[in-house]
Design a binder for this molecule. Structure first.
Ligand SMILES: Cc1ncc(COP(=O)(O)O)c(C=O)c1O
Length: 377
């Protein structure tokens, strides 16, 4: 239980008060919209965080790797949606989870994979519950709600004895916008497309009980979710500078930061050099194309107060270059002397977290607890 002042740097810090506030804000919103909430735990891959989300009222979890499914199942969570398209090479791993009693749901958006799932399921006497992935915004994968392929995939699953459990949509294009009106339109489109796909399936005789949608920007913007049964969101638990630029959080909501130390200066350039480079921050430059480019992150004091205008403007593997936007600060060595400890807010919390083997959870009294996170597939 080191105090934050005693931690080695760089270190990934979780402000537990902010995290808890973010969890409660989302859960309250979902409650008022009348839908279930299934957090995407790929953001943190961390048991204490997932436990806090479930304790606040979440129903089940979403994962992006079967490794996450294995880890969270081993910790007692059994309602798990693996939300990346299934392929033949991963079915053994999925089967082993199901055979151990995990209520694992898998997804597909094509008849070829549906056939593989069906044949594999038949061979092993396993009825997989499969949700069909719907594309509502041409962002990534999925079948568009009106496409014939929707029914073809459902029939393929049914003909091989699998269960069509529902539809799932993720409006990833919400990340490309920063106005409430645009987010509202994408949220509505995400809801409408998923509900329409479910309606088509039901008209064709499939029960399709679940309609699952979500991304952090759409979850925090949607006004009505009639016909939706559950929402998924991941990054909301920490938030980050990309979410700040989109307009769904303030910098004071960002719960993840990287603790770093000033190790030197280039006074004539107005630089402070810190021991957080891209290895600690990730190479994610998600704010580059947004309205405010934060470089590799926003600098804050050690207690988390934003230093306006000071960003991590450059990053080598273990060196970060901290400078002021616009006019160079030639007094930076006096302002931030060697040994000064700072926090850097990340562009993309999922990517920054993934650079670290563990988080340091900072409690209200400044004491810290190590919260492990895991890697791999
Ligand atoms: C299928 C799926 N659902 C939900 C999410 C959560 O999105 P966010 O992190 O914006 O909340 C993601 C994120 O990539 C996703 O791929």
């Amino acid at each position: 239980m080191a105090h934050i002042h005693e931690l080695g740097t760089p270190a990934a810090l979780i402000d537990t008060q902010r995290m808890q506030r973010n969890i409660e804000r989302m859960q309250k919103r979902m409650h008022s919209l009348g839908v279930g909430f299934r957090p995407h735990v790929k953001t943190t891959k961390c048991l204490p965080v997932a436990r806090a989300q479930l304790a606040a009222g979440a129903q089940g979890i979403t994962v992006s790797t079967l490794k996450e499914a294995e880890q969270f199942f081993a910790a007692g969570m059994d309602d798990i949606l693996y939300a990346v398209g299934m392929v033949a090479g991963k079915l053994d791993q999925a089967l082993a989870l199901r055979q151990r009693g995990c209520d694992l749901k898998i997804i597909t958006d094509n008849a070829a994979a549906a056939q593989e799932i069906g044949r594999f399921g038949q061979r092993h006497g396993m009825v997989f519950e499969v949700w069909i992935e719907i594309d509502t915004d041409s962002h990534r994968s999925g079948i568009q709600p009106e496409e014939e392929a929707l029914l073809e995939v459902a029939r393929t699953l049914q003909d091989t004895g699998m269960r069509v459990g529902g539809v799932i949509a993720h409006a990833g294009s919400s990340y490309d916008h920063d106005s409430h009106a645009a987010l509202l339109a994408i949220a509505q489109q995400e809801r409408d497309g998923a509900v329409r796909a479910a309606q088509r399936l039901r008209e064709a005789g499939f029960a399709c009980p679940v309609v699952s949608i979500g991304s952090t920007p759409t979850a925090l913007t949607a006004q009505q979710l009639q016909g939706v049964t559950e929402v998924r969101a991941g990054v909301y638990v920490f938030f980050d500078l990309v979410m700040h630029n989109i307009g769904v959080c303030s910098t004071d909501d960002i719960a993840l930061s990287v603790l770093t130390t000033v190790i030197g200066h280039q006074q004539e350039k107005g630089w402070a050099i810190v021991d957080a480079g891209w290895m600690a921050m990730s190479r994610d430059r998600g704010t580059q194309k947004q309205k405010h480019d934060f470089g590799f992150g926003q600098a804050c004091t050690e207690d988390g107060t934003v230093l306006p205008g000071y960003i991590l403007s450059g990053a080598n593997q273990e060196h970060g270059i901290l400078s002021r936007i616009g006019e160079p600060d030639h007094g930076i060595a006096q302002r931030l002397p060697v040994g000064t400890r700072l926090r850097i807010l990340p562009n993309h919390a999922c990517a920054t977290g993934a650079q670290h083997p563990q988080y340091q959870a900072v409690l209200p009294d400044g004491s810290t607890e190590a919260w492990p996170r895991f890697y791999g597939w």
